[in-house]
Design a protein around this ligand. Structure first.
Ligand code: F7E
Length: 325
């Protein structure tokens, strides 16, 4: 019998890579999607368009416990990957309330449904380096104290603690990945990496001549998202559930990303970038660099791609995209 996986957030960057990788492993893949997404596949399902015939999508809302509960009962998954969230940190400053409601309740509904009707399922929670936030040590690992700097980070801390509590109180096989930034050509345009690579391509092709940005001096540990989904799966294959930092161990500034992306297309970013005070966050995270020794030792997970290749792949794909547009 095929193993069944249920993914919330299957239409997103990570969900799409995870679905592909589970299909390759011969899983039966189910996805939770909002009804509006099913009604608008062209815009909302573009990342999974090529696998729509191989997966099963179910309309449900992370804001509705009954819908999640019924879905869990019907699918009876062996593995649950809870990736769905309001994941844009900047937006969480504009609307703290919906970020907290969706992210915390959504995780709670998923966990409670698993406990009630699929208690043998293994559960993965997408934690984030934004839980660590403004760290007092570098690099950061599983023992680094949390100091989130946004409603988004706070909502992820709550989700992480809920996951841990379900593991300890109800013996659920529930694990969290503390994932540092992960990017790819499937990244949303609102995140800084894709914003930069899409503008580098547009400027190169004469479609734009300005890029408005905020804080260029933030450092992030940027990895390719396609490599992170392997770590999620590995966590659920362990005998015992646990929490793991997934990171490359290298940090680069937004400015470095920018320089590399523009230089790659033969341009100097300083001729195009405009500093926009509106794009600075009320509280930003200065430096994130993760230590994933535990994941390497226990999961056998490793990461071998270079930062340079990640930036170039994203720029190349954006050049192709805007040439066709
Ligand atoms: O910002 C700075 C901004 O929005 C990165 C999410 O996936 O990773 C991501 O969170 C940095 C910040 O990602 C702009 O101030 C400057 O310092 O690409 P970002 P993020 O906030 O690090 C973590 C791990 C997650 O869990 C999140 O879900 O770039 N920055 N100028 C800018 N950022 C944006 N978005 N736009 C700008 O114009």
């Amino acid at each position: 019998m095929k193993r069944k996986a249920l993914i919330s957030g299957i239409t997103g960057q990570d969900g799409s890579y995870l679905a592909e990788s589970l299909l390759e492993k011969d899983y039966e893949v189910h996805g939770v999607v909002r009804r509006v997404a099913i009604e608008d596949p062209e815009h909302r399902l573009w990342r999974i368009k090529h696998i729509l015939g191989d997966i099963e999508l179910h309309p449900a809302s992370l804001e509705s416990y009954p819908s999640i509960f019924r879905l869990m009962r019907a699918v009876q998954p062996n593995e649950v990957y809870h990736l769905a969230a309001q994941s844009f940190v900047s937006y969480s400053f504009e609307d703290e309330f919906s970020t907290l409601n969706t992210n915390i309740n959504g995780t709670h509904y998923m966990l409670s449904s698993v406990r009630e009707v699929a208690s043998r399922a293994r559960f993965y929670f997408a934690g984030s380096s934004e839980m660590i936030g403004e760290a007092n040590v570098t690099p950061q690992n599983e023992l680094t104290p949390f100091h989130p700097r946004s409603a988004y980070g706070i909502s992820k801390v709550a989700g992480f603690e809920l996951t841990r509590n379900y593991r300890e109180a109800y013996r659920l096989h529930a694990s969290s990945g503390i994932l540092f930034n992960h990017e790819s050509p499937r990244r949303g345009f609102e995140f800084v990496t894709r914003k930069i690579t899409s503008h580098a391509a547009k400027v190169k092709l004469g479609l734009s001549n300005e890029l408005r940005l905020g804080n260029l001096d933030a450092y992030r540990d940027w990895c390719h998202a396609g490599e992170y989904v392997r770590a999620m799966w590995l966590m659920l294959q362990q005998d015992a559930p646990d929490d793991y930092v997934i990171a490359t161990g290298e940090a680069h500034s937004v400015r470095e990303f920018l320089e590399i992306a523009f230089r790659y297309v033969g341009l100097d970013y300083q001729d195009y970038v405009v500093s926009d005070p509106q794009l600075y966050r009320p509280a930003d995270v200065t430096l994130l660099r993760g230590d994933s020794s535990k994941a390497r030792a226990r999961l056998g997970w490793s990461y071998n791609r270079s930062f340079l290749d990640l930036v170039r792949e994203m720029v190349d794909r954006d050049l192709e995209y805007y040439k066709k547009a």
